[in-house]
Ligand binder design. Sequence first.
Ligand code: FMN
Length: 305
Amino acid sequence: MAGFSDQPFRRVARLFGADEVVTELISANALVRENRRTHDMAAIHEGERPASIQIFGSDPAVMAEAARRVECLQPLFIDINMGCPAKKVTRNGAGSALLNDPKLAACIVKAVVGAVKTPVSIKIRTGKNHQSKTGLDVARLAADAGARRITVHARTVADAFSGPIDYDAVAQLRADLPQMELIGNGDIHSAGDARRWLERTGVNGLMIGRGAIGHPSVFSAIKRGEAAPSVESTATILQHIDWMEEFFGARRCIGPLRGHMMYYSKGLPDAKRFRQEVTDLEDLKELKELIARYFDQKKAAQCAA
Ligand SMILES: Cc1cc2nc3c(=O)[nH]c(=O)nc-3n(C[C@H](O)[C@H](O)[C@H](O)COP(=O)(O)O)c2cc1C
């Protein structure tokens, strides 16, 4: 997820039971231009493998070249984003705009598959809107073009990030492509959500996005048959901060750290005051002390309740 699934967050997700992870979407154009920051986004830490790299773009030749450039990082899959509805992605014909042009989508898959030995996957939505389920056409053409895995966010582009999950569309895809590795995605926060997804669609695996922000232990909780705890342990949060510091450096990690603290504290008592204090402090050591104090108190209060 753009702005969240950076390397430190992916390491925490793996530590807490995610079987594999994927980078946020990375611009193929920027990779080909050798943009340093973009290359850092694709870097995979040994502790997060297996990890896939997701790229976006609309030019088959540029996408193929970007895939060639990241292949040496040994991703599990090179994943092609065909689901992002953000204007800055779709206005150039990439992301979910590809659902309007299944032939171009298939052409991109074919070019990337031809360029690398790494297996290629795609991430789609069910379609443009409920009248036009072109995601299913894109999936079939992508399978013919050599895609080895398809992840479906079971909503249309028009739905954005809310509204009911369209299990039937995914079940249809399952029936159409019985050999394809299918991964289901959307609104998974608990073991009950995961069970419903598996029973209603027959997908091979599940992807969790927003459910992991502020709750990285959701993966292990679901494997135990539970929902994520409302408060993560202080040790988890401090581990996440240490990895942010390692990856971004002590100064640059403060921005992402503040972002994650908004989510770790969501719904907790005194969250407003805590967030203000996190915003006011500039020193990483003081921030860590504040964060440890706050979450120790919340965990203790939760255990006592
Ligand atoms: C802030 C944010 C950033 C996202 N960035 C990406 C991305 O970079 N690549 C991608 O495939 N999906 C991205 N998504 C979509 C999620 O991966 C996922 O498909 C969607 O949120 C539904 O699943 P969820 O209910 O588990 O979050 C993003 C979603 C959000 C909310």
